[in-house]
Design a protein around this ligand. Structure first.
Ligand code: RI2
Length: 301
């Protein structure tokens, strides 16, 4: 799929999920590099990347991927780009598999796991754990787009016992359904260890904290934000009010798609490099994004 069509599908959420949108963007740039016959590859490749960058603002896996591919395009010739992008995509798949392996060890036999929204990474952990342990899952609907239905269907397909609840039943479910831990995904981790994820995640984390339940985040390191180290704020996507309900006379509607969970409420973040405390986010940034920290994008390529 070409970058412009991919950008449209990301915007409409036909392609969604923090890692998925980054991989779809990378795949489309791979195709673009492979088929490019124009005169100025660097300029045109950058323009395509910028179209993709504008598609969704919050999940930092997307700009991190684009910045990395732009960096590669400045260092290596056009004909080596498809192979380099293939390597990048394969590495992300390996990262997710490694997170599943590490995360599954944190799941005990008999666990009742609450999850919010639909995170492929969190679900991989749960599916890996279910291979050897008897567990069940409680998932929220995740209003307004109800991505929890995708989670519920995925669990049922994997033959993992699953219960769907409305978002406002979370605290009561923690007691009544004997929830033993929370596992969610992430769209972004900031330099101070806060985790941006689907709207409602911070409420779930606050309740887990109050109920003394571990709140575990599963997150590839491509979702850590180097720009936040330099003070940049993460733009939070605001979606159409019509996702909430049709307009009501005299009523304003506000529909932010993400919120931020402070590190105090997070037990651990499971990355492909291991399970870390959220306070170690800076170490990940230093290790993985040395080429990116405070870099001036216009000078790099
Ligand atoms: P994976 C999703 O965003 C959810 O917030 C989910 O937790 C996060 O991306 C991570 O997803 P959206 O695209 O990368 O539904 O773990 O807005 O699949």
């Amino acid at each position: 799929m070409d970058p412009a069509t991919t950008a449209k599908k990301i915007k409409s959420m036909e392609v969604r999920g923090a890692l998925e949108i980054a991989l779809a963007a990378a795949g489309s740039l791979r195709e673009y590099a492979q088929n490019y016959k124009g005169a100025d590859f660097l300029k045109d490749f950058r323009a395509q990347a910028e179209t993709l960058r504008k598609s969704r603002p919050t999940a930092v896996s997307l700009p991190n991927t684009l910045d990395y591919l732009l960096y590669l395009s400045g260092e290596f010739p056009q004909d080596s780009m498809p192979k380099l992008i293939d390597t990048f995509i394969a590495k992300q798949g390996e990262a997710r598999a490694r997170i599943a392996e590490i995360g599954a060890k944190r799941v005990r036999n008999g666990d009742v796991i609450l999850t919010h929204c639909n995170s492929e990474t969190a679900l991989e952990v749960i599916k890996e754990a279910a291979k050897t342990k008897k567990i069940s899952v409680v998932c929220t609907e995740t209003r307004p787009r109800n991505q929890g239905y995708i989670t519920a269907a995925c669990m049922a397909k994997s033959r993992i016992p699953v219960t769907l609840i409305v978002d406002s039943a979370v605290r009561y479910a923690m007691e009544e359904l004997d929830i033993s831990k929370v596992i969610v995904g992430a769209d972004v981790v900031t330099a101070n260890g806060a985790v941006g994820n689907k709207i409602g995640t911070s409420q779930v984390a606050l309740m887990a904290h109050e109920a003394n339940l571990p709140f575990i985040v599963t997150c590839e390191t491509i979702k850590f934000s180097p720009q936040t180290f330099c003070g940049q704020m993460i733009p939070v996507e605001e979606r159409k009010h019509s996702e909430i309900r049709p307009r009501m006379k005299g009523v304003k509607m506000w529909n932010p798609a993400f919120d931020f969970t402070p590190p105090e409420y997070i037990d651990s973040i499971i990355t492909e490099d291991g399970m870390i405390s959220p306070h170690m986010a800076y170490e990940i940034l230093k290790d993985k994004f040395a080429w990116e920290l405070c870099a001036d994008r216009t000078k790099r390529v």
